[in-house]
Design a protein around this ligand. Structure first.
Ligand SMILES: [Zn+2]
Length: 371
């Protein structure tokens, strides 16, 4: 039997006892979130028993993940491959006054379209400061092929004698003269060639109306500084960026598939980064994830071989642009590639008092963020 469209959704009440393996996995994960989107801070719940009005605990680790569940089998032994999912409708939290379990309805949006987002990171150190940057760029699936072709076109124009498939945009190698000279493909390019290539990329990005998200986190880079603190910062920047994108996409009834550049050269199609997996999976046990994903299944972000999608080459460029911007601002030097020319970008970052802040605008909100 298949889960045909005309079948009415059924409601199940789950009292799921975890197997030992599930319990171990559950125990290992934690919810890595501590910032609440402004709109959520206004949401209150009224206890139906004692009428106490309270704010839900958005970051509490629930017993079950808020992720839609795929049926395991079509019929006995035949694995299910269809689109049907069981979607969690409600989650319960304890009333702080009478301790009753209060049911909270989860928002549920229908998935109407899909798309992809491509991510890359960058880092710059200046004096005793370090900035860690992640970018995501992407578009609806109906626009992806055109985007790929446009990227290929710009690459072909830069190096007409070489197949554009045989080389990747890697800004660090293109930009610095000493690295360019040693590079097998870029060695004959002049500064002017590179500058004109950058202008065309900026123009392409701006005119393609891409979704662009960027997060920058600045930390002190002292010798012997807290490595755990830095790891925590990386995990948090990663999940904030991913969840911010998911929230916007599910609001538009869209599922997003997220691909990050794995950095490591590997023969495998996909590299598993334990920290990224745990951060993502851990977040899914929070009520906040239920509200951000809105019942739409978001596949776990994949870490794929460097520049294995044209979108990853654009993500490299965006991360380079922001990283370079930080470096030049810190140096007090003129900006060569102005983020303003990327068009609208959702910029995430931290204020001087540690608050998490974001702006969607043209141009980098330098004064807003701590650096
Ligand atoms: Zn109550």
């Amino acid at each position: 039997m298949t889960m045909a469209k005309e079948r009415k959704p059924k409601t199940f009440f789950i009292k799921h006892k975890k197997t030992k393996r599930q319990q171990n996995k559950f125990d290992r994960l934690s919810v890595p979130l501590r910032y609440l989107p402004e709109t959520f801070s206004r949401i209150t719940i009224t206890c139906p028993f004692c009428h106490k009005i309270f704010r839900p605990d958005w970051f509490k680790k629930h017993e079950i993940s808020m992720v839609p569940v795929k049926p395991k089998f079509e019929t006995k032994g035949v694995e299910y491959t269809g689109p049907g999912r069981w979607i969690l409708q409600q989650a319960s939290q304890e009333c702080p006054k009478c301790e009753a379990n209060v049911m909270i309805d989860l928002p549920i949006n229908k998935m109407r379209t899909k798309g992809s987002l491509f991510g890359d990171d960058a880092e710059r150190i200046y004096e005793n400061k370090k900035v860690s940057i992640y970018s995501l760029i992407g578009a609806d699936q109906s626009l992806l092929l055109e985007l790929d072709n446009k990227i290929k076109g710009v690459k072909q124009k830069l190096l007409p004698a070489i197949s554009q498939d045989s080389w990747k945009i890697h800004m660090k190698d293109m930009w610095a003269g000493n690295r360019r000279e040693k590079h097998p493909v870029f060695q004959n390019l002049s500064v002017n060639d590179v500058v004109s290539f950058i202008d065309q990329l900026l123009d392409l990005i701006k005119r393609s109306n891409l979704f662009i998200y960027n997060i920058a986190a600045t930390s002190a880079q002292n010798i012997g500084s807290n490595r755990n603190g830095q790891k925590h910062l990386r995990d948090e920047a990663y999940i904030l960026l991913v969840l911010n994108a998911i929230d916007e996409w599910t609001t538009k009834n869209a599922q997003t598939n997220i691909f990050f550049d794995s950095e490591k050269k590997s023969k495998a199609n996909e590299t598993i980064h334990g920290w990224a997996r745990d951060t993502f999976k851990g977040s899914q046990y929070s009520l906040l994830y239920g509200f951000l994903s809105k019942g739409i299944e978001i596949p776990e972000p994949k870490f794929v071989p460097p520049a294995s999608f044209p979108g990853l080459e654009i993500a490299d460029f965006v991360s380079f642009t922001i990283a370079r911007y930080y470096f030049r601002m810190w140096q007090g030097k003129q900006i060569e590639i102005d983020p303003k020319n990327l068009g609208l970008v959702t910029y995430l970052g931290y204020g001087a008092n540690g608050d998490f802040l974001w702006r969607r605008q043209e141009g980098y909100p330098w004064d807003l963020f701590y650096h």
